[in-house]
Every structure is written in C-alpha cells, then in structure tokens.
Ligand binder design. Structure first.
Ligand code: DX5
Ligand code: ZN
Length: 215
C-alpha cells in the first residue's frame, strides 16, 4: 500500500480550512505542500505563512516540496512552520550535501527531487543520505499536467539502486498521478504518490483518496 500525499496546490485557497478538514477525515497519509518562487519554476505559490497555517490544521505528516532557489535560506522558516520533511531540488543546490545536513540538523527528514530531464545517475552519491527521492513526473511549476511516461523507467532504475544498496530511501512520484496510472507507478517501485488534481478536482475527493490508497 502506497503512502498517499495530496498536493494542496490544487486546493481551494478561499476555503483552505474546509479542504484541510476534508483531508483530515480521509485516508490521506501526508500533506504535500508545493512552494514555488517564480525563479526556479515559472510560477509562484505560497511560503512559510501558508505552510504554517496548513500544518496547524493537521496532525498528518507535512511534506514540504521546495521548488525555490537558495533553499538553505528558508529551511529554518519551514521547520518553524511545522514541516516534517523538506525536499530540495538537486538542480538548485550548489552544495547538496550541505542542504541535506542542514535539514537533518533541524530534526526533519530530508528529500531530494529531480526534474524529468535529470538522470537517476545524479543521485548515486547522496542516496544513502536522504529519506526520500522525489521523481518529478511533470515539469515542476503547475498542477494538472500529464504524467511523463519515461518516469516509469526512472522509478525502476532508482528502485534497483536502492535495493542493491539495501537502503530504506523512499521513492515519491510527483505530477500527473491518476487512478489509471497509479498501479503501474506502484508496480515500478514507488512508495509515495503525490496527487493534486486527481484528488481535488474529483467529485468525491475522500473516495478518490481511498481508491488510490487501496491500489
Ligand atoms: C508540480 C508540483 C506537484 C503538483 C502535482 O510542480 O510539485 O506536487 O501539485 O499536481 P498534479 O497531481 O495535479 O499533477
Ligand atoms: Zn510537489
């Protein structure tokens, strides 16, 4: 059974409390919070203030995905906001090991995300340092995009690497996850499914989460 992490990027921001309550009543395991700075990605979402408000509304694990330049400047702010995990992008970190250490020193789990065009090979040296790898299955910046099929091969390649080294590093897949493709994503070796539009744009989000959870 995969960990289901609804992405609040697709929530209704005028009714955030209602959407958080809905997730609290659902089988969602994690809250996935997408922070975008308009520099690393061509969109701006929200920062530590909104993350703090959301984290306060739940006891679920808060998974903060930083799509920002210089994430080291904001690590502590997101820790104070209530993050349980911080994921940084390999493409933005000048000294990735330092970023990972900074996150861990603050008592959080650490994740590393890679874009669709970044090869799995680039993760070899840091795999054993992190709690999760987030494989982007769309180009980061927006919810509601289509899943990039080659991600399946990347999941398999990463699963093999992790298993060969007998690590506990989790594989998270982020972008374009649907009820139709979730099974093949899990079969390829993913542990965590992030889903935004599939959940929030469905008629019955609680039932959709349950359906994802039961795959
Ligand atoms: C994209 C974000 C994703 C996004 C997923 O840059 O990192 O978490 O919200 O949304 P869907 O599931 O709608 O593709
Ligand atoms: Zn994300």
């Amino acid at each position: 059974m995969a960990i289901i992490a609804p992405s609040l990027l697709s929530a209704d921001f005028l009714h955030l409390e209602r959407d958080c309550d809905m997730l609290n009543q659902s089988k969602a395991d994690w809250f996935h919070l997408d922070v975008m700075d308009g520099q690393f990605v061509p969109n701006i979402s929200f920062g530590p203030m909104i993350v703090a408000a959301i984290c306060k509304s739940t006891t679920r694990y808060c998974d903060v995905h930083l799509m920002i330049e210089e994430p080291e400047k904001y690590t502590e702010a997101f820790k104070n906001a209530g993050a349980n995990n911080i994921t940084v992008h390999i493409e933005t970190c000048k000294d990735l090991k330092h970023n990972i250490q900074q996150i861990k020193n603050l008592g959080m789990h650490a994740g590393v995300a890679i874009n669709p065009d970044t090869p799995i090979e680039s993760l070899k040296n840091i795999l054993k340092e992190v709690d999760l790898i987030c494989l982007m299955s769309v180009h980061p910046g927006f919810g509601g995009q289509s899943f990039i099929p080659n991600t399946i091969n990347k999941i398999k390649e990463l699963r093999t690497l992790i298993d060969e080294q007998k690590l506990n590093t989790k594989i998270e897949v982020d972008g374009g996850v649907t009820l139709e493709n979730a099974l093949s994503i899990i079969k390829a070796g993913a542990d965590i499914l992030v889903a935004g539009n599939t959940i929030f744009k469905s008629k019955d989000p609680i039932a959709t989460i349950e359906a994802l959870k039961s795959i």
